[in-house]
Design a binder for this molecule. Structure first.
Ligand SMILES: Cc1cc2nc3c(=O)[nH]c(=O)nc-3n(C[C@H](O)[C@H](O)[C@H](O)COP(=O)(O)OP(=O)(O)OC[C@H]3O[C@@H](n4cnc5c(N)ncnc54)[C@H](O)[C@@H]3O)c2cc1C
Length: 409
């Protein structure tokens, strides 16, 4: 039987999930292409920012992961720039690859709207590992400068502004507020007067999510001293101030923007059906229309549930869609019938600063506080642990190969 070649572009939540399923089948050779040699655990970014974990805990080695599946899987570090769908060829900055099946999983990026002057230049983001690390370093540097320059109990206010009230904006606001509260308790005299302001375009944070989560998140943010400015849009940003709704000015010392996403740059030049966020519109089998062997999963695509409702971009939906797309690729390889997607989200877990989270699972298991925190932590740790175990196999294989390599020299 001919071995088919599957290319996965992007080793995030979707790409890694698909890789695992396709490799386990033993039916194809797989090439995973990612611009970075690691899988960045974005869902744990708030822990990194709050110094609760280190960089190694939010990144998974893609080289070791691919090695762990043996010779049938190869990792290529490259940035994909173009895809020749007619000739089934993927073109990166430094390499080109032919495919029988293609799975696009290159995710999304922060939507730095071009219509908001100064936004990209003067705000920080956490969508990439580099962004999260420089955010953390610069934030601590600014805090240090504040302590050093002012000191004493009569300090000038230090204002942190966060744009966007979705999952990432809320988690970052809560975690920073908690972190600052602790920082303040330990350095009372020098670190007084730090304020966090969350700017949201809607009535409530977590717009579109379950009322229970909205209520608990709002309550917690207010308890932590976060000021929520609702019904407000950022219309321009300067080095230390921004304009709200084209009229009101707001001073800030540090700004974070988490106000939505657009699909990865890869879709920008593609002449394919897309939504306003540049996400690919897929058919019921999660294929790119007109190309029978091209699938997409995760944030790069507009995902819908069985009822046609758009599913918000999330690690969970990325994994669910990748699992489904991978199964359909295997069905085609085996000359079997594909199944239409039926993506059902199991629940939402929102970290709300320190050992506190709000959780809703299957629409009826709900809890908030320490129990919620443990549920979220267990889910995150289990994901990380499973992949680390798989990576360990890759490292062992590499160590076995090494002496043979040395002999050759
Ligand atoms: C702070 C924060 C907190 C979040 N919290 C949660 C949460 O609690 N729960 C939840 O479910 N979701 C959460 N999310 C959202 C979640 O992280 C994303 O929805 C998820 O990462 C999407 O997975 P993905 O595989 O589609 O894309 P990604 O995980 O972004 O992976 C895309 C991969 O593609 C690679 N890539 C991109 N372009 C190219 C290219 N041209 N060539 C080669 N490689 C490329 C990237 O390097 C990356 O490795 C959070 C996001 C953030 C930023």
């Amino acid at each position: 039987m001919k071995r088919h070649r599957v290319i996965i572009v992007g080793g995030g939540y979707a790409g890694v999930k698909a890789l695992n399923l396709l490799a386990a089948s033993g039916l194809c050779d797989i090439v995973l292409i990612d611009q970075h040699p690691y899988h960045y655990l974005q869902t744990d970014a708030y822990e990194l920012i709050a110094n609760e974990c280190s960089m190694t805990m939010v990144s998974i080695d893609l080289v070791a992961l691919c090695l762990s599946y043996g010779d049938q899987v190869a990792y290529v570090k490259d940035t994909v720039r173009e895809i020749d769908f007619q000739n089934k060829h993927v073109l990166g900055e430094i390499s080109g690859h032919s495919y029988d099946y293609l799975l696009l999983c290159s995710g999304s990026r922060t939507a730095y709207h071009a219509s908001i002057p100064g936004l990209r230049e003067h705000s920080h983001g956490v969508k990439t590992l580099f962004g999260a690390l420089s955010f953390k370093q610069q934030f601590e540097q600014r805090l240090y400068e504040k302590m050093e320059s002012e000191g004493g109990w009569r300090t000038k206010p230090f204002n942190i502004v966060i744009g966007g009230g979705g999952l990432s904006g809320v988690e970052i606001a809560a975690e920073m507020a908690f972190y600052i509260r602790q920082f303040h308790q330990d350095n009372t005299l020098t670190c007084d007067n730090i304020h966090i302001c969350l700017i949201i375009p809607h009535e409530n944070v977590l717009d579109g999510m379950e009322d229970y989560l909205v209520h608990q998140a709002t309550k917690r943010l207010l308890q932590l001293g976060v000021k929520i400015i609702n019904h407000s849009r950022i219309t321009s940003v300067d080095e230390h101030s921004l304009i709200l709704n084209d009229k009101e000015s707001l001073y800030f010392d540090f700004m974070i923007f988490a106000g939505g996403i657009v699909a990865s740059t890869l879709t920008a030049e593609m002449d394919l059906p897309k939504n306003k966020k540049s996400q690919l519109i897929l058919d019921e089998y999660l294929r790119v229309p007109s190309f029978e062997t091209v699938f997409a999963a995760g944030d790069i695509a507009e995902l819908r549930d069985r009822g046609g409702k758009v599913i918000p971009p999330a690690a969970q939906s990325a994994e669910l869609s990748a699992e489904h797309a991978a199964k359909n690729i295997l069905a085609l390889i085996k000359n079997e019938k594909m199944a239409p997607a039926d993506l059902r989200m199991k629940g939402t877990l929102v970290a709300l600063g320190g050992k506190y989270a709000s959780v809703s699972i299957f629409g009826w298991i709900r809890c908030t506080g320490l129990v919620g925190y443990w549920m979220k932590t267990i889910a995150m740790r289990a994901y990380r642990y499973r992949i680390h175990l798989q990576c360990a196999k890759g490292v062992q294989l590499l160590q076995k190969k090494k002496p043979a390599c040395r002999k050759g020299f």
